[in-house]
Design a protein around this ligand. Structure first.
Ligand code: HSE
Length: 435
């Protein structure tokens, strides 16, 4: 095969942080990409929201730039969607597919909510949808799950899939700072968005969890199926208590398969033992830890965001799809043959750490342990530290770590403890994951 094949026409929709880096890579690596594909990649247009987005440094001819994404989407062999959000990205991708183009996208929000609509349309049209950049930015994880591990059975994935929250929790851990201070500094440094809701409330991670669960368990899981808790309630005291028991706090996306019963997908803060590989994922880095029956444990690590790293994954997909156009063949489409039910997070069995502020007097520990026993929750460790003696009553902090227990049992324990006269406060109820 040679690059004398006719060009593969490429349209890029969106020219922000990632889109502009994709265009630059297409320009700077044109000869290598043509050799790898077997045909030149011809940029036929770049769609922007506003024509002023494109500076002269991009070296783009004016007639390549348009604000009409929908029309551009029907004039290419491969459409690279980097606009983000639901509309007009959804309509543009559906228009692309209907016109016979394959799609490469980094749009986790769209795939997490409307993925099946796009996959169905692509299957009907005989075209491809690739989305390596939608989870973990530059990290190869979609293709390893979809292809490399296609001979294995994945049972569980634990992911740090949001760089903003990992950055915030990491600085809280390393510097003992409180949540608000770190978020404010992260915004000043450009690590957090001006409106960080999607990141810190776990919505971004929930979309990625839905994508991972769908791929790993051959089942349609949408972001709405994912239990979600963000990191806004995590305090410096929670972080200090975690450290005291040899843990760090991470926002994890956890997807697991309970045999043929179903799939649980959840996103929440969790204590991770300091010696677990995920505990050493610092700053804005991402990592995805996969348990597979035959392969055992695998960890994929790298930059989960940023223009150039994400562009690497996008252009990788583009090369793959373009190769198929030139040489024939097709990558795997959506696989849903297991069609397992999505189970509520309450069905998951997890270890928990609770911090209890209790009266420091005889019989209190026995009373507390009776509450756990009454709800069938077994205590693994209890650590007592002296309290502050406020209001003339000596108080102590009990840090309790449980053995694995169903989440709903733990909720009943927490409610019963709050009703105990000897318990002044139940704080920092956090799951312990990753053993
Ligand atoms: N906002 C995401 C993060 C990056 O903080 O990781 C893109 O998914």
């Amino acid at each position: 095969m040679s690059s004398s094949n006719p060009p593969v026409r490429v349209a890029v929709l969106g020219c922000g942080t990632v889109g502009s880096e994709v265009v630059k890579l297409l320009q700077s690596s044109a000869a290598d990409l043509a050799s790898r594909v077997g045909a030149p990649l011809e940029l036929v247009g770049v769609a922007v929201k506003d024509l002023t987005e494109i500076g002269p440094d991009m070296g783009l001819a004016a007639d390549l730039v348009t604000t009409d994404a929908l029309s551009l989407a029907t004039r290419a062999d491969v459409v690279v969607e980097l606009m983000g959000g639901i509309e007009p990205a959804r309509s543009a991708m559906l228009a692309a597919v209907a016109s016979g183009a394959s799609v490469v996208t980094a749009n986790k929000a769209l795939l997490g909510s409307h993925g099946p609509e796009l996959y169905d349309a692509a299957r009907r049209a005989g075209v491809e949808v690739y989305y390596e950049a939608a989870v973990g930015g530059a990290i190869p994880i979609v293709r390893p799950i979809r292809e490399s591990l296609a001979g294995d059975t994945i049972t569980r994935i634990l992911g740090i899939v949001n760089g903003t929250t990992n950055y915030v929790l990491d600085r809280m851990t390393l510097e003992g700072l409180d949540f608000d201070t770190v978020v404010r500094q992260a915004q000043e440094l450009g690590y957090a968005e001006a409106d960080p809701t999607a990141d810190i409330e776990g919505y971004d991670a929930a979309s990625k969890a839905a994508i991972l669960a769908s791929l790993a368990f051959h089942t349609r899981i949408s972001a709405a199926d994912v239990y979600r808790e963000g990191i806004t309630k995590i305090t410096a005291a929670d972080v200090a208590a975690a450290r005291a028991t040899g843990h760090v706090i991470k926002l994890l996306a956890i997807v697991e398969r309970l045999g043929s019963e179903g799939v649980i997908a959840r996103v929440h803060p969790a204590l991770v033992a300091e010696n677990h590989p995920l505990a050493s994922v610092h700053g804005a880095f991402n990592a995805i830890y996969v348990h597979a029956e035959a392969a055992g444990e695998l960890m994929f690590y790298g930059r989960g965001a940023g223009g150039r790293p994400t562009a690497s994954a996008v252009v990788g997909d583009l090369v793959t799809v373009a190769r198929h156009r030139v040489a024939g063949g097709r990558g795997p489409g959506e696989s849903t043959y297991l069609a397992l039910p999505a189970l509520p997070a309450g069905a998951a069995a997890t270890r928990f750490q609770l911090r209890l502020l209790v009266k420091d007097q005889p019989g209190v520990l026995a009373g507390v342990s009776r509450v756990f026993a009454a709800h069938g929750v077994s205590i693994e460790t209890v650590r007592q530290t002296a309290g502050d003696g406020a209001n003339g009553v000596e108080l102590a902090t009990l840090t309790v770590v449980t053995h694995k227990a169903p989440e709903r049992a733990l909720r009943r324990v927490a409610a019963a403890l709050r009703a105990e006269p000897t318990v002044a406060a139940v704080a920092g109820v956090i799951r312990v994951e990753g053993e």
